[in-house]
Ligand binder design. Structure first.
Ligand code: SF4
Length: 220
């Protein structure tokens, strides 16, 4: 069984429930869009246009202006990259996002690059639930794509709560090997499931909202 290119979302999905991963990423079923996904997409687009093109935020999102300004301030003297595509081959070379040789990919909401340092910001539209792994994955990609970068910092930006989340920092020397150890371990679990052709259901609170209606655990 062929595993499609991995991403942070795919690794998280497998951790949450291998069966759900199987439907979403192996069978390529399209997950129906709900109100919260739609809102997230709209907010990301508005912030992308605000930071990249200086287009004013639409009225419902005025309150996020302070975060756009913080990014601008942080970017002074450096390069600000928005919705930045990250794609690498299995031997960690940069590649085309949709290239035939792509092994892993993702998109970083905001990256500020200043010489040997970078900062990653991830817009979050949900309730505050700090997550290190997503920032780790972005940092892993960026260390591979920018060999001159020695230090990466990152924060989740909790829009509804109006606050910047915990600060995470990684160095190339000590942080990067641990990041890739975690990512490779998660990929190896998916590869093992594929070899055994066994993507078991993992019932949890998610079953109440899961789109896999054929699963016996579905409570939606
Ligand atoms: S209903 Fe629950 S166990 Fe079944 S696929 Fe969805 S998340 Fe997994």
């Amino acid at each position: 069984m062929k595993i499609p290119p991995w991403s942070y979302s795919a690794l998280e999905c497998f951790d949450t429930c291998p069966k759900r991963y199987y439907h979403r990423y192996i069978l390529k079923e399209k997950e129906p869009e709900n109100e919260s996904n739609k809102h997230g997409t709209e907010v990301h687009k508005a912030l992308e246009e605000r930071v990249k093109d200086k287009k004013p935020l639409p009225k419902p999102y005025y309150m996020y202006e302070k975060f756009a300004k913080s990014v601008e301030k942080a970017g002074q003297g450096g390069v600000v990259m928005v919705e930045y595509p990250l794609a690498i081959t299995k031997d960690f070379r940069p590649c085309d996002f949709f290239g035939a040789d792509v092994w892993g990919r993702g998109k970083a909401d905001v990256v500020v690059h200043k010489g040997s340092k970078m900062w990653i910001g991830d817009w979050k539209t949900g309730k505050v639930r700090e997550k290190l792994f997503q920032i780790q994955v972005f940092a892993g990609f960026l260390f591979k794509l920018f060999p001159e970068v020695e230090e990466i910092h990152g924060n989740n930006i909790w829009l509804q709560a109006g606050k910047i989340g915990d600060a995470y920092s990684f160095t190339r020397e000590k942080g990067e090997p641990i990041i890739w150890q975690d990512i490779l371990y998660k990929i190896s679990r998916i590869e093992l499931a594929a070899r055994k052709d066994s993507f078991d259901p993992k019932p949890s609170g998610i079953c109440g909202f899961c789109y896999v209606k054929t699963c016996p655990h579905n409570r939606g």
